[in-house]
Design a protein around this ligand. Structure first.
Ligand SMILES: Nc1ncnc2c1ncn2[C@@H]1O[C@H](COP(=O)(O)OP(=O)(O)OP(=O)(O)O)[C@@H](O)[C@H]1O
Ligand SMILES: [Mg+2]
Length: 262
């Protein structure tokens, strides 16, 4: 028979089938120059799950992503990656954690002077010195094929469309096989067909890789397509978090208004 001690030990052990969520945002506050941007928000993302973060311009969506990546620190609260709080981590430990994260910034932020394939090779050259040059070249080709750009590897960023640049950004973000993918406005500035193609691509990547993803967007259609759970931010708070149907059924005025305008 299990003793109280056995039960206490069992309770203290992490459950095998419910590991710590990949990303936890815990009561995070962030202000700039006395202006409160994030007002104690909490969110989590599990393996294989995509969370869409929605909200109007200036609500702190990009700030939130920068905090998750560790490019900035919360004033209070915590960001945990695999259960590990990232604030105050030594640089080498943070570097290890960041290697598990792939991110695509709001502007695709490619290196203008590097070709498509050189852009994608960049993280491999810096972090995968164990790979030979030919292994890296193969890997870059494979990544570019995965995003449908195998015919454009020698082009320069200025010679390809915005949608293609986003794809290159995605391929580069996937180079180190991240467990967590963070995308800031992956479809912004694209026409509806290119947006739908990017959504399809994100869905395909999720099926194949089972990453935890956070996608920041103000495109409700895209959010609905790619994410199982949506969080709507306003004035630093999470107004609602749930499925698209939860949002549709909400009686909260701001949610109704947001859905109507989107
Ligand atoms: N480094 C910074 N210094 C000062 N203010 C900042 C900084 N970063 C962000 N802000 C401010 O924080 C607020 C939120 O910015 P953020 O870029 O997160 O908005 P967003 O929700 O991503 O908007 P958009 O949809 O337009 O991309 C804005 O008022 C912005 O000016
Ligand atoms: Mg933004």
């Amino acid at each position: 028979m299990a003793t109280a001690y056995d039960i206490a030990v069992k309770q203290a052990e992490p459950e095998q089938d419910s590991p710590a969520p990949f990303v936890v945002v815990e009561k995070v506050y962030k202000s700039f120059d006395g202006h409160r941007v994030l007002n104690g928000i909490s969110l989590r993302v599990d393996q294989g799950e995509t969370l869409a973060v929605l909200g109007r311009s200036g609500t702190g969506k990009s700030v939130l992503l920068r905090l998750i990546i560790g490019l900035d620190t919360p004033d209070s609260g915590a960001i945990r990656i695999h259960g590990q709080a990232i604030a105050g981590l030594a640089l080498d430990r943070m570097g290890e954690i960041r290697k598990k994260m792939g991110f695509v910034f709001q502007q695709a932020a490619l290196y203008d002077s590097l070709s498509v394939q050189e852009n994608v090779a960049f993280p491999l050259e810096h972090h995968r010195r164990d790979m030979s040059k030919s292994e890296r070249t193969d890997r870059v080709r494979q990544l570019l094929a995965e995003v449908g750009l195998d015919g454009d590897i020698d082009k320069m960023p200025s010679d390809i469309s915005g949608g293609m640049q986003k794809r290159v950004g995605l391929a580069r973000a996937l180079a180190l096989e991240p467990e967590i993918l963070l995308l800031d406005e992956p479809t912004a500035g694209l026409d509806p067909i290119s947006s739908a193609e990017i959504d399809e691509l994100i869905l395909k990547l999720q099926r194949e890789r089972r990453m935890a993803s956070v996608v920041v967007t103000h495109d409700l259609h895209s959010a609905r397509t790619i994410a199982g759970r949506l969080a709507l931010l306003n004035e630093g708070d999470v107004v609602i978090e749930g499925t698209f149907e939860d949002l549709q059924q909400s009686e909260i005025g701001f949610v109704k208004e947001f859905l109507k305008q989107s």
